[in-house]
Design a protein around this ligand. Structure first.
Ligand SMILES: CC(=O)SCCNC(=O)CCNC(=O)[C@H](O)C(C)(C)COP(=O)(O)OP(=O)(O)OC[C@H]1O[C@@H](n2cnc3c(N)ncnc32)[C@H](O)[C@@H]1OP(=O)(O)O
Ligand SMILES: O=C([O-])CC(=O)C(=O)O
Length: 353
């Protein structure tokens, strides 16, 4: 019996939600390339990913932003002694507790996606002893999110940059957290349980938790050099965060798109050019140290840099990723539940006979 560790190279589902060309470095949502998708609003691309139809549909997004008083109180209580991401993961399972539907509906996908920024903003502000800023219904999804985080209107540049990031990270095939969500749904469980489990999978440093490690890497290199830091990390068996990918054997197209956005920020912060140099040197050095592995920047390197450049604190990087990826998770939950087979692979016994 062949065992594929980490299911490397195994095709486990058929999907019409997105397609990745790992050799060419291309990503499309349904039949539309990433660059074209990034020209539209978060709401419009979400609708496209869920329904395969281009239509501006904002109203129910706005209605779905609100948190009940009891959920706000629970988030504020949890935030007092839990990490931000643990609070968010727990909070997702507390909204709309009684929903237990099958198959997963578009209505639930929209509720989960629209409410996530409110959960994140509530938890983030509670950790700073600040009161929750109620969502506004006259603002777009991303603009409202920044407004709830900071309690003031964001600049157009900030909103546009974050919207680009959030669209670029909405969906990415059968990555670990999306796979998690499909496994949970495959037992005919509910979307809230699947979303909480997916957040648990996303937060790990090998997946959506990587941007924190990217910031630490940049700091370390700035005090020393790329070669020294990489050699030290490889000797300790550590990975360089923001580099390497299971599917891409070239630069991640989202990294390229976010780098473009980063270079458009005006005025450009002094550290940005240095970060670009570090990315290039890292690729060169990693490929010298690990020849043939084809290690390039992944989305997380430029996600971290772009969010830093628009003034987003590092502790929000992974929570914001949860907000954008909720679109992909829920699209996969719908797809799985409409044509379900429970996931149950084999394990090869290698213990004592
Ligand atoms: C949104 C996202 O999830 S994007 C990914 C975010 N994660 C990161 O940035 C963490 C750093 N990167 C990694 O850990 C990996 O590249 C992953 C988890 C993304 C992919 O892992 P896998 O597909 O299992 O690749 P695997 O770990 O087997 O790597 C193949 C080889 O390249 C090396 N390698 C891969 N990534 C890195 C890296 N970032 N730094 C150093 N070496 C690396 C491995 O050590 C391995 O070398 P070996 O053949 O000598 O053993
Ligand atoms: O596809 C993956 O394995 C990880 C990734 O880039 C993502 O989830 O966006």
């Amino acid at each position: 019996m062949e065992v594929s560790r980490g299911l490397k190279g195994v095709t486990a589902v058929k999907t019409s939600i997105s397609d990745i060309d790992g050799e060419e470095g291309a990503l499309q949502y349904r039949t539309t390339g990433l660059a074209e998708c990034m020209k539209h609003s978060f709401e419009k691309v979400s609708h496209y990913i869920w329904e395969n139809e281009w239509r501006e549909q904002k109203i129910s997004f706005e209605e779905n932003r609100f948190l009940s008083n009891s959920v706000k109180t629970m988030i504020q209580t949890l935030a007092a002694d839990q990490s931000l991401i643990a609070t968010i993961r727990s909070a997702v399972s507390m909204v709309d507790i009684s929903v237990d539907e099958w198959p997963v509906s578009r209505k639930t996908a929209e509720r989960l996606t629209a409410v996530m920024p409110s959960i994140v903003a509530c938890a983030y502000r509670a950790k700073q002893d600040k009161l929750f800023v109620e969502p506004r219904t006259d603002l777009g999804h991303v603009e409202n999110f920044l407004y709830m985080i900071n309690g003031q209107m964001p600049s157009e540049e900030q909103t546009a940059a974050l919207e680009s990031y959030m669209i670029a990270t909405m969906e990415h095939g059968l990555n670990a957290s999306t796979f998690t969500s499909r496994v949970v749904i495959s037992t005919q469980s509910d979307a809230y349980s699947a979303a909480a489990a997916a957040i648990g999978a996303l937060k790990g440093p090998l997946h959506g938790g990587a941007p924190t490690g990217v910031m630490a890497y940049l700091d370390k290199v700035n005090k020393s050099s790329v070669a020294t830091v990489i050699d030290e990390k490889l000797q300790n068996g550590e990975k360089i965060m923001g580099f390497g990918h299971r599917v891409y054997n070239t630069t991640d197209p989202r990294a390229t798109a976010l780098k473009e956005q980063l270079l458009q920020i005006s005025p450009r912060p002094a550290w940005v050019d240095r970060a670009v140099m570090i990315e290039e040197e890292t690729v060169e050095h990693l490929n010298q140290r690990k020849p043939g592995r084809k290690l390039y920047a992944n989305v997380e390197f430029y996600a971290a840099a772009l969010m830093k450049a628009i003034g987003i604190p590092a502790e929000l990087f992974t929570p914001i990723f949860c907000c954008s990826r909720m679109v992909g998770w829920t699209a996969h939950m719908m797809e799985q539940s409409r044509n379900n087979v429970i996931f149950r692979p084999n394990a090869k016994y290698v213990g004592d006979q």
